[in-house]
Design a protein around this ligand. Structure first.
Ligand code: GTP
Ligand code: MG
Length: 196
């Protein structure tokens, strides 16, 4: 049985240039999204904090591409976030080039594209969603920080998400690092996609 259970995790490497990317041939899942959306937190939650990806309330914490080997059969990849306004323009451009190069050269099985459920899409979010559609890369949109909305706010957000033409045709999952059920559902959705 191939299914991933996210039982074991091993930190492999933290890459800052192409030469540093791992050469092993494992299927790969990349976690993408703007700074502070909750990428590293989601990884920690999926892995039940066995390996701790650095999280921070200060955006821009993860600057390298971090590889974790999951259950000895798949790479889970934590990417630097985009769109952090206080980062210098040169660094932002370098990140863009670096992430772009990574995304275009690796054999990605799946992208988890994270969006903060409270926020409307930024121009970079839209650009990215259009890019994955064009590249035909399998993508799950993960709406993070669900616990920060009350029932009414949640219903309103779901209404606008369901009427957004870019979002309403993409597979999505709701997520909160405070909710074990979300974790199980996301693991199920990942397994359904990567082994077919
Ligand atoms: P960069 O590495 O800067 O790109 O950020 P990131 O996307 O990795 O975000 P990170 O995981 O560091 O989380 C940013 C902040 O959001 C931290 O303070 C987390 O504790 C918080 N956070 C992440 N997920 C959740 C969630 O589901 N619920 C709540 N309440 N807070 C969350
Ligand atoms: Mg991070």
């Amino acid at each position: 049985m191939n299914r991933l259970s996210f039982k074991t995790a091993k930190f492999i490497t933290s890459a800052l240039k192409t030469k540093e990317l791992p050469e092993e041939d494992f299927p790969e899942i990349a976690i993408v999204g703007r700074s502070n959306v909750g990428k590293s937190s989601l990884i920690n939650h999926l892995l039940k904090n066995k390996y701790t990806a650095k999280t921070s309330s200060t955006p821009g914490k993860t600057q390298r591409i971090n590889f974790f080997l999951i259950d000895q059969k798949l790479f889970l990849v934590d990417l630097p976030g985009y769109g952090y306004a206080k980062t210098s323009k040169t660094i932002q451009e370098d990140w863009g080039l670096w992430i772009g190069k990574y995304l275009e050269t690796r054999p990605l099985k799946l992208i988890l594209f994270l969006l903060d459920i409270r926020r409307t899409l930024s121009s970079q979010d839209i650009q990215f969603l259009e890019w994955v559609k064009y590249q035909k890369i399998r993508t799950i949109v993960v709406f993070t920080k669900k616990d920060k909305l009350n029932h009414k706010e949640f219903n309103n957000r779901m209404k606008s998400i369901n009427s957004d033409p870019l979002l309403n045709k993409t597979a999505f999952q709701l997520y909160s690092v405070k909710d074990g059920q979300c974790r199980q559902e996301l693991i199920g959705a990942i397994n359904n996609i990567i082994w077919d």
